[in-house]
Design a protein around this ligand. Structure first.
Ligand SMILES: [Zn+2]
Ligand SMILES: [Zn+2]
Length: 124
């Protein structure tokens, strides 16, 4: 598989029972079929996100990104709660691509959001 952003090779990294492809150059992470949803809540999964984060914002400027699996134009997804994170998703195979650092960011923010929600639920 080739990185959809910089066309470098991808290496397979493993977190518990899930295999994730990581770009050897930009450190972007590729998850098959929404697998990130299963990996994200697990403790320590940010360990697979080791890429150079300074490249991430640069890559966000890239206009068109094509799915490395089927060549379909991917769509940029933005979480309204975390507008600095832009994830590319394939509308056909539902693969998702995170730039280096975005997965960690996504995890952290979500945990923070959860804490905030819990705190809110406790106060009358
Ligand atoms: Zn890359
Ligand atoms: Zn695809």
């Amino acid at each position: 598989m080739q990185c959809p952003k910089c066309q470098a090779g991808m290496e397979v990294v493993r977190f518990e029972d899930t295999e994730v492809d990581r770009c050897i150059r930009c450190g972007g992470l590729w998850f098959d079929r929404l697998e990130y949803e299963g990996v994200k809540p697990r403790t320590g999964s940010e360990a697979i996100d080791t890429g150079p984060t300074w490249q991430a914002s640069m890559h966000n400027e890239q206009g068109k990104v094509f799915c490395p699996v089927d060549g379909i134009l991917m769509v940029g997804l933005m979480d309204p709660a975390q507008p600095h994170i832009r994830v590319e998703a394939c509308p056909v195979c539902h693969g998702t691509f995170f730039d280096a650092g975005e997965f960690t960011d996504f995890k952290e923010s979500t945990i923070k959001e959860l804490l905030k929600r819990q705190r809110r639920a406790r106060t009358p």
